[in-house]
Design a protein. Structure first.
Length: 469
């Protein structure tokens, strides 16, 4: 265990070191929020993948494979990869908009009311998501070390706040890039070692219930539902969209997105297989401890250290993206639009860093008082995506839209999504999907009525003065 923790501590120190290096590249608010819009395809793919591969895609997949889903738990990440691939179709439009946040596009097209509502929804959701990832990280630390969960939350939260504060998007991107490839490398080399120490492939398979090896045990309804869910959340989630905005150009946004989707799909079934190994060798443990148990009991300390560093960093990278999203939405949208307070360009960087710290503290407090991961995650996905989905996507794709179509769809979609969640998701339909469908139908209906009445279309989503950049 000493070797494992030495590796993890050294790794975390390296992440802070990267944050210090990234700080030297920050000259203004644009650098802090968008890395100067200079990300190439490899860097973009790495930071997208690391942001979306969090605790659920590693610890969660291993846990589900150990439990009810078996090998088909890998579809959880494949669905996310397909969701990112679908985002590739709108990625060039995101980059062309030359925006910083999702609400900014909504504000350009549909006016102040839509802008304010979507800003608040994105702000609250991003804080909740940061709290979820801090809790997930702390849970891993707690399981591995026996540390008090309170201390684990404080250590995890302070660490992610610190390196995000230092370098903003540059810090997040550089650490994400390192983290993703350590995650993939760590998991890939863990499988043969775990198999060997578990008695070999045949031994593992013989000790598994046959149904656990079903490739589509999860069911096509769930798989398709997850793909739709991920496309909706990734295409409107500030932490993902902000990375598309940071791409060097439109082509880079597309190539980086495609590469990310492929990488995620390749990685998908590795943690699922480790979960199956845990079931074969340790059939009576808590499913949530499957990955940690395999790492500590079946892997050499060096490999275990790399794997667990990757797992911890996966959740931390997601948290850092959410904290930066909070700062970006507040500084770019809420401060001026909702609170009507002007901030000078030269003061934006200072305000952004303050928001990273403040939102980090709030996320840590939420994590301390509510260790619920899945309920908070579902809540965040629901409020950030259900309402703004149709307004944002159609605002990019379609020229003939009207302001009220955007506003009504945001309100109706959000109310439907939250109501569907409170009703325990009737008919097995996810709240995010129900809300987004309501948002889309409302948008199309209101837009059709208004165009028939000759209502003027909304202003363009694209700033023509910036299109040459």
């Amino acid at each position: 265990m000493g070797i494992i923790w030495t590796i993890i501590i050294v790794y975390m120190a390296a992440m802070v070191g990267i944050g210090l290096y990234a700080k030297t590249k920050i000259k203004d608010s644009n650098d802090y929020h968008l890395a100067g819009r200079r990300l190439g395809p490899i860097m973009l793919a790495g930071t997208l993948a690391a942001t979306e591969i969090g605790g659920g895609s590693s610890v969660g997949v291993a846990s589900k494979a150990y439990g009810e889903w078996g090998l088909s738990a890998g579809w959880y990440v494949v669905a996310a990869g397909i969701g990112i691939l679908l985002c590739s179709f709108i990625a060039p439009l995101m980059r062309r908009a030359m925006a910083t946040t999702v609400p900014e596009i909504i504000g350009r097209r549909y006016g102040t009311s839509s802008y304010a509502i979507s800003s608040i929804l994105s702000f609250v959701a991003s804080i909740a998501l940061a709290a979820v990832q801090i809790t997930a990280t702390a849970t891993i630390v707690h399981v591995l070390t026996g540390f008090n969960l309170t201390w684990a939350i404080l250590i995890s939260g302070i660490g992610v706040v610190f390196y995000t504060y230092l370098g903003g998007m540059w810090s997040v991107t550089l650490t994400d890039f390192v983290q993703f490839f350590i995650i993939v490398f760590g998991f890939a080399i863990a499988v043969p070692f775990a198999l060997h120490n578990a008695g070999g492939f045949d031994s593992v398979i013989s000790n598994l219930p046959p149904e656990q090896l079903g490739f589509t045990k999860i069911g096509w309804k769930t798989i398709i539902g997850l793909i739709i869910l991920y496309f909706m959340t990734f295409s409107t989630g500030q932490e993902a969209v902000q990375r598309y905005y940071s791409a060097r150009n439109e082509k880079t946004a597309v190539v980086g997105s495609l590469l990310c989707g492929i990488l995620m799909s390749v990685y998908a079934f590795i943690p699922a297989f480790l979960g199956l190994i845990a079931l074969a060798v340790f059939p009576n443990i808590d499913a949530n401890n499957a990955l940690a148990t395999v790492s500590v009991e079946l892997l050499p300390p060096l490999i275990a250290g790399l794997l667990l560093s990757g797992v911890i960093s996966a959740t931390l990278s997601s948290a850092s993206g959410n904290l930066l999203a909070v700062a970006s939405v507040y500084v770019k949208d809420i401060h001026g639009t909702v609170l009507k307070r002007e901030v000078k360009p030269e003061n934006e960087l200072k305000l952004s860093k303050r928001l990273v710290v403040l939102s980090g503290v709030v996320a840590i407090v939420i994590s301390l008082f509510s260790q619920a991961i899945i309920p908070l995650l579902v809540f965040a996905f629901t409020i950030r995506s259900t309402g703004p989905f149709a307004a944002y996507i159609l605002g990019l794709l379609w020229d003939k839209v009207t302001p009220r179509a955007g506003l009504y769809s945001i309100v109706i979609g959000t109310v439907t999504g939250v109501g569907w969640q409170l009703a325990k998701e009737p008919y097995g339909i996810m709240a995010v999907i129900a809300g987004c469908v309501a948002s889309l139908i409302t948008f199309l209906l209101v837009n059709w009525i208004e165009l028939k009445r000759g209502v003027p279309k909304a202003p363009t989503a694209f700033n023509s003065n910036d299109l040459s950049v």
